[in-house]
Design a protein around this ligand. Structure first.
Ligand SMILES: [Zn+2]
Length: 383
């Protein structure tokens, strides 16, 4: 995986950045912003692009790459800004820093800035670039909420703490996590996640799910509302006694409160564009439902499913022209076509076209419904 330039941050993010990531950083100190930016750009100086939305060129940059200022002396023009962000050389694995998003908000207002973000961010994702959108702390909740709907990740650094507001496709433990954040020798360093972030996120989630106020939670737990408020923001913990009292009052386990026993839902699987050969396991775990693989077949080539399977299989062709070899029959599918087989499994897929084919192969582990002996295709095995 691509690195952030900070080994501890990579480790905390479960391996680093993903191709296509749009990461929004809301950071209160300029030194923290510039350490994040320069560590990120230093990793690929030849494929880096640094665009600044500041309205004057009085800002200082230490990233080592050339900084393009969008304003060119006048007010920032949205079309020009879009051209700067989506320049033709922005391609797979280009590292992009888009700085001073808060200046865009000052110039255009919140809704126009969010609209700009909605136009540009998905296209960067589609091109496989990795973008840091940097903002100061005063960007406001309307902008953060608006961009969080589109961005893959939203991280906030305030008073030496890094908080995850969103981390799509990342492990459940990262959702809402809080960790210490500091700069050492110009490189961002995060400490290992501590339990406070998980408790805070768990309290917020439980409160939302049950439509409770902080005062009501405090009443159940036998503490002050201020103590719950501080626990939710990760500034302090709660005693084991308090946690047990609260969980008993809510009839939940401590695991439920901390979110440790939960399977991620929704669960997102992405194809890593750097590996186009062979099957990509999207959902390989039979315990979590139908096993789903992405198969890419080169022109004229042929590929077998990743394993032999008894039961229902689905072949969904996204792009291409594909012959499905079932042994006794060989249907040909075009992009958008789907095939369901129950008796004979798929032996091979042949790409008949002169462009790559993209196919989803799904193995549904079918079981006889308990008791009546019918094979209800909607009943997947959870074993
Ligand atoms: Zn600047």
């Amino acid at each position: 995986m691509p690195t952030s330039g900070s080994p501890t941050l990579d480790e905390w993010l479960d391996g680093g950045l993903s191709v296509g990531d749009n990461i929004v950083w809301v950071v209160d100190h300029e030194d923290d912003q510039s350490a994040l930016t320069s560590s990120f750009l230093r990793e690929a100086p030849d494929a880096a692009r640094h665009v600044c939305f500041a309205q004057s060129s009085t800002c200082r940059h230490h990233s080592g790459t050339e900084v393009i200022h969008v304003d060119s002396g006048g007010p920032i023009d949205p079309e020009r800004a879009e051209r700067m962000v989506l320049a033709p050389d922005v391609a797979d694995r280009t590292r992009l820093v888009l700085e001073r998003v808060d200046d865009l908000v000052a110039a255009w207002g919140a809704s126009a800035t969010v609209a700009f973000y909605r136009r540009t961010c998905p296209r960067l994702f589609d091109r496989g670039a990795i973008a840091y959108w940097m903002s100061g702390p005063d960007v406001g909740p309307a902008v953060i909420d608006g961009v969080a709907r589109i961005a893959q990740c939203v991280f906030e650094v305030r008073s030496g703490q890094l908080r995850v507001l969103k981390a799509e496709g990342r492990p459940q433990r990262l959702q809402g996590a809080i960790t210490r954040f500091e700069i050492r020798s110009g490189v961002p360093v995060v400490s290992r996640e501590h339990a406070l972030g998980r408790l805070g996120e768990g309290l917020r989630r439980t409160r939302r799910e049950r439509n409770l106020t902080q005062a009501q939670i405090a009443g159940f737990a036998g503490v002050t509302p201020a103590a719950i408020s501080q626990a939710e923001t990760g500034r302090r913990g709660l005693s084991v006694d308090t946690l047990v009292t609260l969980c008993e009052a809510l009839h939940i386990g401590i695991d439920d409160l901390l979110g440790t026993g939960r399977a991620p839902d929704p669960l997102l699987a992405r194809r890593d564009r750097s590996h186009d050969d062979g099957p990509v396991a999207l959902f390989p775990d039979p315990d979590l439902g139908p096993r789903t693989y992405l198969l890419r077949v080169d022109p004229g080539a042929s590929i077998a499913p990743p394993f032999a399977h008894k039961g229902t299989e689905l072949v969904l062709v996204a792009t291409g022209l594909v012959l499905v070899d079932l042994g006794d029959s060989t249907p040909v599918l075009r992009g958008g076509d789907a095939l369901r087989v129950t008796r004979n499994g798929v032996r091979r897929l042949d790409n008949l076209a002169d462009s790559p084919a993209t196919v989803f192969w799904i193995a549904v582990d079918q079981v006889a419904a308990a008791g009546n002996g019918t094979d209800d295709p909607t009943a997947w095995s959870l074993r």
